[in-house]
Design a protein around this ligand. Structure first.
Ligand code: PEP
Ligand code: MG
Length: 591
């Protein structure tokens, strides 16, 4: 890690992944999930273990009553009743009996005895065919975590209930944790690992939380309570920033505020180049409520709805009704603008804790996305029916992730036809002509794009994965982040090949990976012939600004140069020159 020392301050360099500057107190998370100690105890130690357990139960009860009171005062009595279920778990005689027995006769420490019981209890309930009982699993897990934290003397960081605004410094944050961050309390975050195209970074950008990743061992060097500044533009964390540094950042922030004000002026304008080419500029969303941000940013619809986030951070899969409501609400909020819903892209760095999916050696190459859905037909059926039903509202399109060959596309489309027939028999309305597309994010799909294009209504290029798979560079691994090169000549050839195949077959092609949101790379993508760009809502104004200052002629020249150049570094340098020339104000964020 590059580490600079200036006038009493220390700065640590990482990878900038989400723009913005914040300053405040740090909370360091070293182990998000503490491991449970397991040791044998002697007969003499039994009373002490029992006493520890009783104290932890009493403390947990006190905490729950406290939270219940706060909720009652803050949001009303009806919401506070959910904590009655938590209190009932605490008072369950079975819990006391079984854990006591394990301590007294099994002679094990109370954390271990309790955690074994809690796991068994939750596993048994989750198998019962009764929705009410199954829903109690979440209560049991929540209460168990509190009891274990109290037994182990931990505070138990709850991302949803931080007590004061802070900067989180963690070894790592998984996407499901990031999705739970309270935007009002988390000023920004820094992680030891991570990369620009991890879903944690993508989530941070969409939530507009300044973030720096790849800080190596920073979580081991800093302590909770220290004061720092985090610069998400340049990828720096500065411990105890000096007055001079704070002054410089004050100036940077003023410039950014001015730029944002200026960008508001083009909110209602289309993304049209200086020589009149209209580019469809859409937004990527992760949840139904993001529709508000899509409208606010001036996008022309949604180019990628990542539906995974409807499935994670919960114990029970979303029902057809719940999914239908989510998809329908986005389409209704944005109609007549299109909303492209991507079917479940589970796996890689997005896991569903409640589905017992075995751990894999290579999760990004494994049982995921469309491969998973084609085998887990019940789950896929629920989602496809929900999307079909929602398609009568607004302008819904659908696409499959991780298509690697025609067979997968055909199989998915055959299932879609089956569910259409089902709905027809049930007299449930749907749009029979809903456009169905394929993501091109596996090299084999790009190479076979001429074949796939005959069976799809559009393509959306997922450059995040296309780069990872083509260059064999894990998109999460900060140690090889320098090899993750969007301007690699091979990547540009694959994009060009896909665009040519799409246009030859009369279909449109977009890019929804993070390349589309990088102002330096946008002229290159447009020069390669891409029709649509889909980016995080906060990035839309900048990309629109750039497009409106670009001539297609210059974009095509850049692409022509790139397609005959052997060096990704040289292509990037050319792209930077053009982008800085046409929109210098987008690049004034260096300190
Ligand atoms: C991509 O791979 O570029 C993409 C948009 O999908 P995700 O980032 O969700 O894998
Ligand atoms: Mg992908």
């Amino acid at each position: 890690m590059r580490e600079h020392v200036k006038a009493g301050e220390k700065s640590f360099k990482g990878i900038p992944v989400s723009a913005g500057v914040c300053r405040g107190k740090i909370i360091v998370l070293r182990e998000n999930k503490p491991s449970i100690p397991h040791y044998s105890i002697s007969d003499e130690q039994v009373p002490k273990e029992m006493e520890r357990l009783e104290r932890a139960l009493a403390e947990t009860r006190r905490q729950i009553l406290d939270v219940q009171r706060q909720v009652q005062e803050g949001v009303g009595a009806e919401h506070a009743t959910i904590f009655d279920a938590h209190l009932l778990v605490l008072e369950d005689p079975l819990l006391i009996e079984e854990v006591t027995r394990a301590i007294q006769t099994g002679k094990v420490n109370s954390e271990y005895a309790f955690s074994e019981f809690a796991q068994k209890y939750a596993a048994t309930l989750s198998k019962i065919e009764d929705d009410f009982l199954r829903e109690r699993v979440a209560d049991i897990r929540d209460v168990s975590e509190r009891i274990l934290n109290n037994l182990m003397g931990l505070d138990g960081i709850d991302f949803r209930h931080l007590k004061e605004p802070c900067i989180i410094i963690a070894e790592d944050l998984v996407p499901s944790q990031t999705a739970l961050l309270d935007r009002n309390m988390v000023l920004g975050f820094g992680t030891d690992g991570g990369s620009k195209t991890s879903h944690t970074a993508i989530m941070a950008r969409s939530m507009q939380i300044p973030a720096v990743v790849g800080l190596q061992d920073l979580s081991k060097r800093l302590e909770t309570g220290q004061y720092a500044l985090l610069d998400g533009y340049n990828g720096v964390v500065i411990l105890d920033p000096s007055d001079q540094t704070l002054f410089e950042y004050g100036q940077l922030e003023r410039k950014q505020v001015d730029l944002q004000e200026h960008l508001k002026g083009i909110h209602d304008q289309p993304a049209v180049t200086l020589d009149g080419k209209h580019i469809i500029l859409s937004a990527n969303v992760e949840q139904a409520t993001d529709a508000v941000a899509v409208k606010a940013c001036g996008a022309e619809g949604v180019g990628l709805f990542r539906t995974e986030y409807l499935f994670i951070n919960r114990e029970i899969l979303p029902t057809e009704e719940e999914q239908y409501a989510a998809y329908r609400s986005v389409a209704a909020a944005l109609k007549p603008a299109p909303v492209v819903i991507r079917t479940l892209d589970l796996g890689g760095d997005k896991f569903l804790s409640h589905l017992q999916i075995p751990q894999e050696m290579n999760p990004f190459l494994g049982w995921r996305a469309i491969r998973f859905c084609l085998q887990q037909k019940d789950l896929f059926r629920v989602q496809l029916r929900a999307i079909l039903r929602a398609s009568v509202e607004g302008n819904i399109k659908m696409m499959y992730p991780m298509i690697s060959c025609l067979d997968e596309l055909n199989k998915a489309n055959a299932l879609l036809e089956e569910y259409k027939a089902e709905l027809k028999c049930e007299n449930v309305p749907f749009n029979p002509d809903m456009e169905v597309g394929a993501m091109i994010e596996i090299p084999s799909a790009a190479v076979a794009s001429n074949v796939l294009a005959k069976h799809a209504k559009f393509f959306s290029i997922g450059t995040n994965d296309l780069i990872q798979y083509s260059l064999a560079v894990d998109r999460l691994n900060e140690k090889i982040a320098h090899l993750y090169e969007p301007t690699h000549p091979a990547i540009l050839q694959l994009i060009r090949m896909t665009v040519e195949a799409a246009h030859k077959n009369g279909i449109w092609v977009g890019v929804c990976g993070e390349m589309a949101g990088d102002p330096v790379l946008v002229p290159l993508l447009l020069g390669l012939g891409v029709d649509e760009l889909s980016v995080a809502p906060p990035t839309v104004p900048q990309i629109k600004f750039l497009i409106r200052r670009l001539k297609m002629e210059d974009a095509r020249k850049l692409a022509d140069y790139a397609l005959q150049c052997d060096s990704g570094v040289e292509i990037l340098a050319r792209a930077q020159i053009l982008a800085r020339e046409i929109a210098p104000s987008l690049f004034e964020n260096n300190i």
